[in-house]
Design a protein around this ligand. Structure first.
Ligand SMILES: CCCCCCCCCCCCCCCC(=O)OC/C=C(C)/C=C/C=C(C)/C=C/C1=C(C)CCCC1(C)C
Ligand SMILES: [Fe+2]
Length: 615
C-alpha cells in the first residue's frame, strides 16, 4: 500500500530551478556501501535552465537540456554535468532570449530586428526544437541525447561534449520519433514516430536502426521503416510517447490525445503559438490498440482492439503468452491531456493548490490489457482471455471489434506509478514479475516504488524532503533472480545543507545500500545579505544570487549575467572564499565570507563596477 505524504514546505520547487554546469567532475561523499561489482557511468538527461535572460520557460518540458553523469569506479563516485550545446541552447545563450520555440514556450522575433526581417521570421517556417531533455541512449557505438522531434544530438559520454546534431528526416520517413526506443540484445534500435506523408496520409512508422557496423559506418545511414500503422483519423494523428515490443510483435496504443495538424502547420505563423497549442482531445474515439508482426511488413492485425479513453505515456512491458499479448501500461484515465497540468507555474504552486489541480486531472492507474491473437466468429460475446492469472477481458463484438477491459495492477488516488523500468536485459518482451517506478504524489515525484505485477505487492523507498528521479535497474552479475540487482536514482533535496545525491537501493527489498552526496551548488537571494566596504548599496547594481561549489570554481549572477569565478580557497564551512571574477574584459578580486555554504558577506572593491559598467 502506498501512503500519501504531504509537502507543505514546497521543497519540490527545487527541481524546477536552474543549475550551473560544472567545469570538471566533482567527488561525491559516500555513505553506506556501494556493491563492489557496480561500476560504469550513469547518464541522465533533464532540464537545467528554466529561463534565458529575463524570459522564463513555461512548461516542464521546456528547460534546456542538461546531461548528468555519475561515474562509479572502485566504490568511488564522481558527478559531472554539462548543458548540451543544442541549437536551442547556443542561440539562446548568444542572444540572451528564447530563440527556438519549445514545447510550451514560444520564441518571439528579435526585438532589435527591423519590422521586415521580423515579418520574414514569422513566415520562415517551422524551426523545430532540438532541446534533447528527455532521454539518452546508444545507437551503434555512439550515444544520442533525444527529445521527440526529428533532431537527435550525438554526445561524448566521457567528456559530455556535444558532438553533432543529426536530422533523422534525412534518413527516414518520420517527423519525429519517441524518446523510448526498444533496444535488442545485439544493439538493434526500434522506435516509432509520426509520419505526415504525401497527400496528408498520416501514419505511425516503426523504424529500425541496425547495430554497430563492422565497417564502422554510421548505423543511422542504414535505418529503415519496418512497419506502418495507419492513423485512424485524417489530419489528426495521436500523440505517441512509447510503444510495446515482444519477440514477434509491435504494439501501438493510439490514444485520444491528438495533434491537430492544421493547427500545427498554421500555428507557427501565429505569434506566441507553441507545440502545446496543437494538441486536442478526441472525446469519442476511446483508445485503440494496434498489433503488427516484427518480421514482415505485411501483417497488421485485421481486428480492431478498443477500450475506454486514457492517456498513455509509458509502456511497462509487453509479452506473448499462450496465444495472447499481455500489455502492461501506466495509464491516466480520460481524454484530457495530462501535459496541460505540467506547466511550471502549476508545478511550483503551493502544495494545497497543486493538490487541487491534480484532483481535476486524469487519474493514474497501472493496467494490464490482454489481446487475443486468435479468434473466431463463433466466439462473439464471450471473453476470449483464458490466461489463468489475469482478470483482463477481451470480448468480440458483432462488428468485428474487440472490446478490452483491463486488470488494474496498481491504483491509489492521485498516486501514480510512472516512469517505469524493468530488468530490461532479462525481461524485455518476456513474462516478468517486477516493475520499478517513480511514485508521483499529485504529480510530485516523492518515492520509488517496486511493483510485483503478478501479486500486486508493492515496496516503497521514501524519505522526508527527498525528490527522486526515474529509477534505473542494474542487474547483479550472474544473478539468477529477476530482481537481484540495484536501483539507481538521482535524488534532489531542497536547502543548501542537504545536498542532492545518487541513491543506490537493493532492488529486492528496496532498502538503501548507499548514497553518494554531491555538494555542488547553493543558490540564494543575496540582496539582503550583501554588505559593501564602501559606497552605497543603491549605486551598486543588484547582485542577484551566488552559486558556490566545493570544486575550485563558482559563479556569481549579476543582473542575470553569470560571472565565472575561480575560488582561491575552497572550504565551505565558515570560511573565507576569494574569488577572482571575470566579467567580459574586467578582472577583480572579490572576497566572500561563507558559513555553512551560505554566503553571508561579500566585499567588492569600489572600482570594479559602476552602474554603467554593469549594463
Ligand atoms: C522533474 C521531474 C518531475 C516529474 C513530474 C512529472 C509528472 C508527470 C506525470 C505524467 C507522465 C509523464 C510523462 C512524461 C513524458 C515526458 O517526459 O515527456 C517529455 C516530452 C517532450 C519533451 C516532448 C516533446 C515533443 C515535441 C517537441 C513534439 C513535436 C512535434 C509535434 C507536437 C507534432 C509534429 C511533430 C513534432 C515536431 C515531432
Ligand atoms: Fe517518457
Amino acid at each position: 500500500m502506498v501512503s500519501c505524504v504531504e509537502h507543505p514546505a514546497g521543497g519540490y520547487r527545487k527541481m524546477f530551478e536552474t543549475v550551473e554546469e560544472l567545469n570538471e567532475p566533482i567527488p561525491a561523499q559516500i555513505t553506506g556501501v556501494i556493491p563492489s561489482w557496480l561500476g560504469g557511468s550513469l547518464l541522465r538527461m533533464g532540464p537545467g535552465l528554466f529561463e534565458v535572460g529575463a524570459e522564463p520557460f513555461h512548461h516542464l518540458f521546456d528547460g534546456q537540456a542538461m546531461l548528468h553523469k555519475f561515474d562509479l569506479k572502485d566504490s568511488r563516485v564522481t558527478y559531472y554535468r554539462k548543458f548540451i550545446r543544442t541549437d536551442a541552447y547556443v542561440r539562446a545563450m548568444t542572444e540572451n532570449r528564447v530563440v527556438i520555440t519549445e514545447f510550451g514556450t514560444a520564441a518571439y522575433p528579435d526585438p532589435c530586428k527591423n519590422i521586415f526581417s521580423r515579418f520574414f521570421t514569422y513566415f520562415r517556417g517551422i524551426e523545430v526544437t532540438d532541446n534533447c531533455i528527455v532521454n539518452i541512449y546508444p545507437i551503434g557505438e555512439d550515444f544520442y541525447a533525444v527529445t521527440e522531434t526529428n533532431f537527435i544530438t550525438k554526445v561524448d559520454p566521457d567528456s559530455l561534449e556535444t558532438l553533432k546534431k543529426v536530422d533523422l528526416c534525412k534518413y527516414l520517413s518520420v517527423n519525429g520519433v519517441t524518446a523510448h526506443p526498444h533496444i535488442d540484445t545485439d544493439g538493434t534500435v526500434y522506435n516509432i514516430g509520426n509520419c505526415f506523408g504525401k497527400n496528408m496520409s498520416l501514419a505511425y512508422n516503426v523504424i529500425k536502426i541496425p547495430p554497430a557496423q563492422k565497417d564502422k559506418s554510421d548505423p543511422i545511414e542504414k535505418s529503415q521503416v519496418v512497419v506502418q500503422f495507419p492513423s485512424s483519423e485524417r489530419l489528426k494523428p495521436s500523440y505517441v510517447h512509447s510503444f510495446g515490443m515482444t519477440d514477434n510483435y509491435f504494439v501501438f496504443v493510439e490514444q485520444p490525445v491528438k495533434i491537430n495538424l492544421l493547427k500545427f502547420l498554421s500555428g507557427w505563423s501565429i505569434r506566441g503559438a507553441t507545440y502545446m497549442d496543437c494538441f486536442e482531445s478526441n472525446e469519442t474515439m476511446g483508445t485503440l490498440f494496434h498489433l503488427a508482426t516484427k518480421d514482415s511488413e505485411s501483417y497488421l492485425s485485421s481486428h480492431k482492439f478498443r477500450t475506454s479513453a486514457f492517456n498513455i505515456f509509458h509502456h511497462i512491458n509487453t509479452y506473448e503468452d499462450e496465444g495472447f499479448i499481455v500489455v502492461d501500461l501506466c495509464t491516466w484515465k480520460g481524454h484530457d491531456f495530462v501535459y496541460n497540468y505540467l506547466y511550471l507555474a502549476n508545478m511550483r504552486e503551493d502544495w494545497d493548490e497543486l493538490k487541487k489541480a491534480a484532483m481535476r486531472a486524469p487519474q493514474p492507474e497501472v493496467r494490464r490489457y490482454v489481446l487475443p491473437l486468435d479468434m473466431h466468429r463463433e466466439d462473439q460475446g464471450k471473453n476470449l482471455v483464458s490466461l489463468s492469472y489475469t482478470t483482463a477481458t477481451a470480448v468480440l463484438h458483432t462488428d468485428g471489434t474487440i472490446w478490452l477491459e483491463p486488470e488494474v495492477l496498481f491504483s491509489a488516488p492521485r498516486q501514480a506509478f510512472e516512469f517505469p523500468q524493468i530488468n530490461y536485459s532479462l525481461c524485455r518482451g518476456k513474462k516478468y514479475s517486477f516493475a520499478y517506478g517513480l511514485g508521483l504524489n499529485h504529480f510530485i515525484p516523492d518515492k520509488i516504488v517496486k511493483l510485483n505485477v503478478q501479486t500486486k505487492q508493492t515496496w516503497v523507498w521514501q524519505e522526508e524532503e527527498c525528490y527522486p528521479s526515474e529509477p534505473l535497474f542494474v542487474q547483479t552479475p550472474g544473478a539468477t533472480e529477476e530482481d537481484d540487482g540495484v536501483l539507481l536514482s538521482i535524488v534532489v533535496r531542497p536547502g543548501a545543507e542537504r545536498p542532492s545525491f545518487l541513491l543506490v537501493l537493493d532492488a529486492m527489498k528496496l532498502t538503501e545500500l548507499a548514497r553518494a552526496e554531491c555538494r555542488t551548488v547553493s543558490v540564494q537571494p543575496l540582496n539582503s545579505l550583501l554588505t559593501r566596504d564602501s559606497g552605497s548599496l543603491s549605486s551598486f547594481p543588484p547582485l542577484l544570487s551566488v552559486t558556490l561549489s566545493d570544486s575550485d570554481s563558482g559563479c556569481l549572477f549579476f543582473q542575470n549575467v553569470c560571472l565565472r569565478t575561480r575560488l582561491c580557497a575552497s572550504k565551505l564551512d565558515g570560511c573565507l572564499l576569494q574569488c577572482i571574477m571575470f566579467r567580459f574584459d574586467r578582472l577583480a578580486v572579490v572576497t566572500c565570507w561563507t558559513f555553512k555554504e551560505n554566503l553571508i558577506n561579500v566585499s567588492i572593491p569600489d572600482d570594479i563596477w559602476t552602474t554603467e559598467g554593469s549594463q
